[in-house]
Design a protein around this ligand. Structure first.
Ligand code: NAD
Ligand code: IPM
Ligand code: MN
Length: 359
């Protein structure tokens, strides 16, 4: 008997409210056995009654759901980003979703700003530490608004946190193949240990210890500044990149640029074996909101990642195949060269998913 998986859906703000309904349409067309429950957490609810996450919200997600599908948070009416931080970073931290997995795959060479590149040449993954670093918001301010003002934002890394994300990257490399079926070969750790001695030493030491346990996986290191340059000039050399929270945030937007922009990029926030969260890499894009122009593919591919995590690999593969068709036939939004709206793109992809036989 197939047991339905329970999915919590939080569309959030801005274009999140437009792309998530398309992802849900596509999930439905895939016939994956899931039950969906929607939550209204986001800017409107916060402005209405001050609620960001209801009491017990994170525990409730862990107890009652197998996965969470999220749109985006961010609203110009809330310049402090209070609700976005509490909901999004809250899920990552409080549910201990330590591995932020951001696959970077070029689905059609026309989408890449680099000349003469083929799709197989951009196929890597950024594995971003998701619970530590500069994001812990540990610090303080002094003399705000005065000439003596001081602000401190601590960069916090634990042995446990660094080790588990590096180990995750090696396991990911061993357990996952590239889009064309060839094996993944190496893990590249990216840091700034030439300037940041203490944190750098911890990452370097742990990387060297963990990599010794995986002799079949090639281990490399690159400083983040050089990596940013190489990513633009020669992305072919990358396979699995593991890095800290902040560098992973920045590099994954840069990498999204290679696949056609933020509208194309999916992600998973994972703690293996636990309720995990899936979301497009992009934000709420306020200028695009309400216009039916946002690209829903990042959200749709995030749904595919979620279904794969839940064990529905055939449904996930059919969704990915339908997205590839959409991109290659120009059945997309304008940001990636098509002429369709958000809804029409979602509908076209959903129809294709329904037509595709089980792979
Ligand atoms: P953004 O990702 O919303 O937009 C950056 C650029 O990418 C814009 O030019 C936008 O038009 C384009 N873009 C993004 N998504 C797109 C899509 N689906 N289709 C087509 N084009 C797309 O980032 P931003 O402008 O820096 O931030 C806007 C708000 O979103 C802020 O409040 C920010 O804090 C928030 N944000 C939230 C998340 C999240 O919830 N995960 C992620 C990033 C930013
Ligand atoms: C992302 C976003 C978030 C982050 C923001 C909204 C806090 O940019 O998911 O990449 O920095 O992690
Ligand atoms: Mn980001």
């Amino acid at each position: 008997m197939v047991v339905n998986k329970r999915i919590a859906v939080i569309a959030g703000d801005g274009i999140g409210k437009e792309v998530i309904p398309q992802a849900l349409k596509v999930i439905e067309a895939s016939c994956a056995p899931v039950v969906v429950t929607q939550f209204d957490w986001g800017a409107d609810r916060y402005l209405l009654d001050g609620t960001t996450v209801p009491n017990d919200g994170f525990e409730m997600l862990g107890r009652n759901f197998d996965a969470v599908l999220v749109g985006a948070f961010g609203d110009p009416r809330i310049p402090t980003h209070t609700h976005a931080k509490q909901i999004l970073l809250g899920m990552r931290f409080r549910m201990d979703l330590y591995a932020n997995v951001r696959p970077v795959r070029l689905l059609d060479s026309a989408l890449c700003p680099l000349k003469g590149i083929s799709t197989e040449e951009v196929d890597f993954v950024v594995i971003r530490e998701n619970t530590e670093g500069l994001y812990v918001d540990c610090g303080g301010a002094f003399g705000e608004g005065t000439p003596a003002e001081l602000a401190i934002q601590e960069d916090v890394h634990s042995r446990k946190g660094v080790e588990r994300i590096i180990r995750y990257a090696f396991e990911y490399c061993r357990g996952n193949s590239k889009g064309d079926g060839s094996p993944r070969e190496g893990v590249l750790m990216c840091d700034k240990s030439n300037a940041m001695s203490y944190v750098g030493a911890l990452w370097q030491r742990v990387f060297s210890q963990v990599s010794a346990e995986y002799p079949s996986v090639k281990a490399r290191h690159m400083y983040v500044d050089a990596l940013a340059m190489h990513m633009v000039r020669d992305p072919r050399q990358f396979d699995v990149i593991v890095t800290n929270n902040m560098f992973g945030d920045i590099l994954s937007d840069l990498a999204a640029g290679l696949q056609g922009g933020l509208g194309m990029a999916p992600s998973g926030n994972l703690h293996p074996g636990r309720t995990s969260m899936f979301e497009p890499v992009h934000g709420s894009a306020p200028p695009l909101a309400g216009k039916n122009v946002a690209n829903p593919i990042g959200a749709i591919l995030s749904a595919a990642l979620m279904l794969s995590y839940l064990g529905f690999s055939s449904a996930s593969a059919r969704i990915e195949a339908a997205v590839v068709r959409a991109v290659r036939q120009g059945k997309t939004t304008e940001d990636v060269g098509g002429g369709l709206g958000t809804r029409e793109t979602g509908e076209w992809i959903a129809e294709q998913v329904a037509k595709l036989d089980d792979a």
